[in-house]
Design a protein around this ligand. Sequence first.
Ligand SMILES: Cc1cc2nc3c(=O)[nH]c(=O)nc-3n(C[C@H](O)[C@H](O)[C@H](O)COP(=O)(O)OP(=O)(O)OC[C@H]3O[C@@H](n4cnc5c(N)ncnc54)[C@H](O)[C@@H]3O)c2cc1C
Length: 407
Amino acid sequence: MNLEYSADEQAFREEVRAWIAEAYDDQLRALMAQSKTGYLDKEGQRRWQKKLHARGWMAPDWPAEYGGPGWTPTQRYLFQAETGMAGCPKVSPMGVKMVAPVIMRFGTEAQKARFLPATLASDIFWCQGYSEPNSGSDLSSLQTRADRDGDHYVINGSKIWTTQAQWADWMFCLVRTSREASKQAGISFLLIDMTSPGISVDPLPLLDGPMPGEQEVNQVFFDNVRVPVANLVGEEGQGWTCAKYLLEFERGGTFGSTLRYQLDKVRQVAAAQPSDSGGRLLDDADFRRRLLELEIQVEAVDATELRLFSAVSAGTSIGAASSMLKLAGTETLQAISELAVEAIGPQGWPFIRDTWAEVYDRPHAPRAGPDYAAPVLPRYFNYRKTSIYGGTSEVQRNIIAKQVLGL
Ligand SMILES: Cc1cc2nc3c(=O)[nH]c(=O)nc-3n(C[C@H](O)[C@H](O)[C@H](O)COP(=O)(O)OP(=O)(O)OC[C@H]3O[C@@H](n4cnc5c(N)ncnc54)[C@H](O)[C@@H]3O)c2cc1C
């Protein structure tokens, strides 16, 4: 693995830094300072993504023929590292990172022309309709049915935990098109217009008690929803192949820079907080030890990412190793959020919505505690999700055991 950056790569990093300094403006920074998820509301998200698009940097992983910047894996890594370390909003992943590679590989020319440019320009947003009330880890047991009626499918059933379904213009959805075939072979991959008659979206509040505008996950119901057969991606019954291909992209993101950024925030909080013995919390021996342990963990995640990206630049596919990144990245993220909670102590309490609902319902009421304490507890509760979504930690361990270690 080569850890030296060439002169061109260093110049590229400077170019990215200069662009971030200008594009990541004060308004976006103020919104992000209070975001517990790393994302903004739809309008904020669209504003940031349009800036990326205008610069040609919206989809670092896309091939140039579809509008990607044509970067090397090292440039992609540097871009993720710089935007992560600057605390920039993350790009809504369901479009450019998840459904787009599936459309590129399995979609028709008409689907590519219709969906790829609009997704790149953030003119449409997507949600992922995989999980159902009784099908999560065991996804291939899904029951939402698509019955053929002429040149349409008629959809009935329900999807759950659907992130951003309340904004999404389109859903990529796994449906059962056959009950005779084996569990996997009966599944198809459909693109569904979220404005279709018969779709309803019910919000599901999470543990962090979302404020208005912060709604994150939903249950989506389909009642005789008609979807043109032209919206089928790949062949009927090929949905499981598409679904697995997509999951490699969902799990294979980079975490190193985000982890460094979050740990740096904890360090700043600990420098401002008093310790029990009167000095700064940052100088407390026990706290420092735990901070350093996490720093080592972050270095290990970053080194693993670099090693895998180095292999990708040499032509290897990331494959099941994406499960290693997902597992180590999310569990470290949770550990950092736990240390942040300890750093602010009781100053975090006023920011838990369920305990202080009457304060939250008066938006201009003064809130106790320093501003930096505001996102810490909501973020801690919110990050419990990271070891569940995209496949739980237990499921990732099973994949690593079987497909990476060959056990
Ligand atoms: C915040 C959030 C956002 C999400 N967003 C989306 C989305 O946008 N679209 C979407 O389709 N889904 C989404 N999901 C759903 C997510 O993918 C599922 O929750 C996840 O796959 C787990 O499924 P489940 O909830 O049905 O739990 P279950 O599968 O019922 O698992 C329950 C427990 O059993 C364990 N378990 C299950 N099988 C095994 C096994 N074989 N070996 C060992 N342990 C096992 C699990 O690890 C878990 O601890 C989201 C979930 C969350 C929390």
